[in-house]
Design a protein around this ligand. Sequence first.
Ligand SMILES: NC(=O)c1ccc[n+]([C@@H]2O[C@H](COP(=O)([O-])OP(=O)(O)OC[C@H]3O[C@@H](n4cnc5c(N)ncnc54)[C@H](OP(=O)(O)O)[C@@H]3O)[C@@H](O)[C@H]2O)c1
Length: 378
Amino acid sequence: MKRVAIIGSTGSIGKNTLEVIKELGDYEVYALISGNNIPLLLRQAQEFNPEYVGSVFSDNEKRLNELVKNRWKTLIGIEGCNELAISEEVDILVIASKGTLTFEPLIKALRCGKRVATANKETIVAYAPILKSILPAIQGELIPIDSEHSGIYQSLLGAERSNISKIILPASGGPFYKRESFEGISPEEALEHPNWKMGSKVTIDSATLMNKGFEVIEASVLFGLSSDEIEVVIHPQSIVHGMVLYKDGSVISQLSKPDMRIPIRFALTAPEHRGSAFDPLDISEVKTLTFYKVDENKFPLLSLAYYALKEGGTLPAVLAASDEVAVNAFLEGKIGFIRLMDIVIEVTQSHSPVKEPEIKDIIEAEEWAIFRSKELIG
Ligand SMILES: NC(=O)c1ccc[n+]([C@@H]2O[C@H](COP(=O)([O-])OP(=O)(O)OC[C@H]3O[C@@H](n4cnc5c(N)ncnc54)[C@H](OP(=O)(O)O)[C@@H]3O)[C@@H](O)[C@H]2O)c1
């Protein structure tokens, strides 16, 4: 039995992880950590009976302890997540939460030699320069859950770094890649992703292609690649999830139906492909696989992410924090879709990055970006 702790069990990735664990049979839930959705956390605890339940937010402590009534042990805040990260009882830490709170548990678990399966891209983006310097010497395994990075990870198994020419990240293009004008787009329209069912933040990021920009930065960190070695193509069918072009001209890729349970299961069982697909791909039913260049004028946030990656320092953190604020304002109906993109551009371009940041510089940059974005939203 492998024991799994899940930070963010109440979100879209967290719920899918629990489904996969149920199906695999020889994985056990050791801890479930939510954000604010304590009722769902408790329903999950009743079903999976973990040792610990908890919340990433310290102000849920009293409410959680009252509701748990000693049925499970509790853990609170990032300190609680840190305990799980270093606990000998935990074999795999799944980071399924959003936001950048989980940097410490991520690093602590890796330093203890654990497997960390992470879907969370905000932390990898914001802490990109620090992670790039730490990861090469770290002993744990960092396995991506994001489908594109899982596809690349699988396509790189056994590869020599010197033989890689570049990696190619497919983007579905979201609901608007064919739309001429972005005027008047409502949150409801932007939340209609053609292929994937995801949380609302990542769905809006897919519509602006900010998500793909974050994935470019994430890929650079995870696979140690420069911006020139990462290409993005529009692939509307979301069947090909990641491609590696080798110097000998071969392209190795991973294909599957767009179902997050597939990369989640691989992150738990890697390098094996274990378990049974919920709905396997019938390749003969895939009539067409198409790939297009991205129109960067239409999706400026993708170019902005390349700029943030090249400039480095605190810029990726500013990009991610500004986008978080702007997406929330868009979802709340305070700003339109075009204004969302303009705010992220304005905030990111006006930031003077700290070149070799420490953790405190990243936190300060995020705070500045949040403040400046809110100021622009008004
Ligand atoms: N969904 C996908 O298919 C998908 C695909 C690729 C990558 N990702 C990435 O995976 C991460 C999670 O995405 P999701 O779609 O599962 O999100 P989600 O459905 O919104 O769930 C987010 C989870 O994080 C918790 N949470 C909320 N605010 C938080 C904060 N400030 N700090 C820490 N945790 C917080 C939530 O708790 P409560 O609900 O209890 O408040 C919930 O458990 C994101 O980084 C996303 O970009 C998602």
